[in-house]
Design a protein around this ligand. Structure first.
Ligand SMILES: *Cc1c(COP(=O)(O)O)cnc(C)c1O
Length: 401
């Protein structure tokens, strides 16, 4: 909250004592969704409790099958393997695709840190290329330049489908055939988004999803999923995520404990039934923001940049992210109006303290750095109401007036 007390004490300013306080608009409100699904979800949890099958039980199998059907229309086209988190899913997808020590993996610096730490966990070295400022996703042009510079060391590219929009997969597919690289999708924010009508999760050699509670498909704790069209990669993911064990207590390689919990699978299987509807609601909300921001003159006159959707992509708006002049002051203004916003992400990965050993310096990836200073995520979740959106845009308008 912004300061509302005077320097001398806790007194409110006079005009604020008279203004009726409007209810807060959170950036994300998960309780509205739970309120609708409460009996169904509690029933499913009770079933798991009655079965006492908490690890790799029926609920996990059922959800893996539902996820494959959701993504492809049939469960024969893709393998879906539950795991403990989105972070683990990226690691499993990379390692099962053959990434290891000595390899370089090209990725975006404008993402959540886990995209990069998963590469390090394979023993590989992350290499960053800059983003496309229009979509916020890894730019295939800068990726190509990096591949030309280091053609034998870069073994894979890990694009992130950021905010719910797939990276330019036509171009990455070209790079794959030209340079013989592996493509792994970080689809943590994009369950249900498509590129040329093909689902995220089906595009690369393997893909990783996160069901962290705030994601567009969220569990009641940590959970993740790896998908792959390759039988061999899928089989390796299953082994790696279960202690490198094919036969009980015989461990052919070093794996980890990364399994999807039955309680989480039961929650996810119910929520998945509503996901198409929720993703459609997110798209409607995004279109309404576009229209409200434009008609308030915020786009043409006041310099707000709306999110750009590539015509080949179905953007599911996990986040609705604008670029805003004087972003930090705008955010403070909105916070004072009790309107929740978020900054994804305030510091690009290559400039994080923990990534210093990689040797990148400020100015090396200028689009990512500029973007980190300009972006603001507005409230978005399927149950957000039109009147709430109108209040958000009015508050933005008042800031720039
Ligand atoms: C959330 C997220 C992850 C990590 O997922 P967890 O389930 O939190 O481990 C990885 N990459 C991106 C882009 C994410 O948004």
């Amino acid at each position: 909250m912004a300061e509302i007390s005077t320097k001398s004490g806790a007194k409110l300013l006079p005009e604020q004592t008279t203004v009726e306080q409007k209810p807060p608009i959170p950036q994300l409100d998960l309780s509205r969704q739970f309120d609708q699904l409460r009996p169904q979800i509690l029933g499913a949890l009770e079933q798991v409790c009655s079965s006492q099958q908490f690890i790799q039980g029926q609920a996990v199998k059922a959800f893996e099958a539902s996820a494959a059907i959701f993504l492809t229309g049939t469960k024969e086209l893709i393998h879906a393997i539950g795991c403990a988190s989105g972070t683990d899913a990226i690691w499993l997808a990379l390692q099962a695709s053959g990434i290891g020590p000595g390899d370089e993996v090209l990725t975006t610096p404008f993402s959540f840190i886990a995209s990069t730490t998963a590469i390090l966990r394979c023993g590989a070295t992350p290499v960053f290329a800059d983003i496309d400022p229009a979509t916020f996703n890894l730019s295939p042009d800068t990726a190509r330049a990096a591949l030309i510079k280091s053609p034998n060391k870069i073994k894979a590219i890990l694009p992130v489908h950021l905010f719910g929009q797939c990276a330019d997969w036509d171009s990455f597919t070209k790079l794959k055939s030209e340079f013989g690289i592996v493509l792994v999708e970080d689809a943590a924010q994009s369950f249900g988004s498509t590129w040329n009508n093909v689902s995220a999760g089906m595009l690369g050699d393997a893909a990783a999803f996160s069901f962290y509670p705030t994601k567009n498909l969220g569990a009641f704790g940590d959970a993740g999923l790896v998908t792959s069209t390759s039988e061999a990669i899928a089989a390796r993911v299953r082994v790696l995520g279960n202690h490198g064990m094919k036969r009980r207590y015989y461990h052919d390689e070093v794996g980890a404990n990364s399994r999807l919990d039955s309680l989480q699978a039961a929650v996810l299987d119910i929520k998945l039934q509503y996901l198409a509807e929720w993703n459609a609601a997110r798209r409607r909300i995004a279109a309404h923001y576009d229209q409200l921001l434009k008609s308030a003159g915020l786009v043409s006159e006041l310099g707000i940049t709306l999110p750009h959707t590539d015509p080949r992509a179905t953007h599911i708006f996990h986040q609705y992210v604008v670029r805003a002049p004087r972003r930090n002051a705008l955010r403070e203004h909105l916070t004072a109006q009790r309107i929740g916003t978020e900054i994804y992400y305030p510091l690009p990965i290559h400039l994080q303290q923990s990534m210093k050993p990689l040797g990148y310096t400020a100015g090396s990836l200028p689009e990512s750095e500029r973007t980190a200073a300009e972006v603001l995520a507005l409230p978005i979740f399927p149950e957000l109401r039109k009147d709430e959106q109108e209040r958000v845009v009015e508050a933005i308008r008042n800031f720039y007036r």
